[in-house]
Design a protein around this ligand. Sequence first.
Ligand code: UT7
Length: 339
Amino acid sequence: MSLNFTQVHRNSRILSVGAYRPKNSVHNNEIAPRIDSSDEWIQQRTGIESRNFASSDESLIDMAEAAARIAISRAGLAPEDIDAVIFATITYPYQAPSAATELLTRLGNTHAAAFDLSAACAGFCYGVALAGDLVSAQTANNVLVIGGEKLSDFTDPNDRATAFIFADGAGAVVIGASEGIGIGPTIWGANAETRDAIMMEPSWLEYKKADKSENIKWPDISQQGQTVFRWAVYEMAPVGLKAIEAAGLTIDTLAAFIPHQANDRIIDSMVKSMKLPDSVAIARDIRTSGNTSAASIPLAMDALLMQRPDLHGKSALLLGFGAGLVYAGQVVELPPLPA
Ligand code: UT7
C-alpha cells in the first residue's frame, strides 16, 4: 500500500527559445593552414564553412545571459519568474559556484534553484528531460535550460582532430506548464566502453601538480573522430526512432529533426537510416556554427524557426550525443518566435 498524496502531474512544453552567437565568425581558411588542412577538406568531411569564437574578454556567462534574456522575454516572463535553472556545459572553468548560480546573479534572480549538468553534447537534451519532469511534478513552474559552451578555451588550435570542429555559443529555452503534452518521453543512456573517444585531459589536478619540465598541456578536449563517427552513425538512428515512437508519432507525422550539430555527414546518415521523408525539416546549423556541444541543439532550433516560422507548434525530434559516450533524444512541440 502506498500513501495517497495529492495528484500533482501536469503537462509541460518549451515556451520559448533564445540564442547567442559570438560576433567573431572565423572561416575555414583562417584555421586550415595551422593544421595542414584545407577549406575543401573541412567542408567535404564535416559541412562546416565557418564558426563563431567568443573574444578573450567574453565569458560563457556573458553568452548564456544574452541567450537567457531573449528566451525569458520571448516567453513573456521576467527573470524573477524563473524558479529553476539547469545549465548544461562542459566548459565552465569553475567547479564552484556553478555556472547556473552565476547566471542567476546576473539575471538579478535571488530565489531560483540552480545547478550545472555535465552530459557534453547530449547536455541540452538531458536538461530538457529534467526540466519537463520538474514542471510536470510541480517542483517548478518555469525552468530555464541553458546549453552553453566556450569550447575555444578547451581546444588546442593546433590539434588536427578538433581545431576545425569546435566553436562557441549559447542557447536557452524556458520550459513551463501547458495544456497538451509538449515534451515526449526521453530515450537516453550511456556507453562507458567508449569513454576514451572524447576526453578532456589531463585533469586539472595533474596539470596543477606537473613539473614544468614534464611539458604537461592544458586540459584540452581530444577526440577519436572515427570511433565517434561510427558509433553515432550506427547507434543514434534507433534512439531517434524509439523517441518518435514513444511520443506516439511516426516518421510521416514528424515535422522536424534537430540533431546535435557534430558533422553534416552524420546528420545525412541518421536521416537515411531513420528513413525520414522529405517533409521533415532538417536543422543544419553546423555550416556556419560548427560544433558547439551543449549549445548546438538550441542554436539550431532558433535558426530553424527563423527560417521556418511555420514550424511553430509542430513536432521536432531532438537528438544529442557526445563525450561519455552519452546520448538523449525526445520529441518536443516547437515554441513560437516573435513575429
Ligand atoms: O560532438 C561530439 C561528437 N563528435 C562527433 O560526432 C565527431 C565525429 N567524427 C567526425 O566528425 C569525423 O571523424 C572527423 C570530421 C573528426 C574526421 O573525419 P574523418 O572522415 O573521420 O577523417 P579520418 O580521421 O578518417 O581521416 C581521413 C583522412 C586521413 O588521411 P589518409 O590516411 O586517408 O591519407 C587523415 O590523415 O583525412 C586526413 N585528415 C585530415 N586532412 C585534412 C585527418 N584530419 C584532417 C584535417 N585536415 N583536419
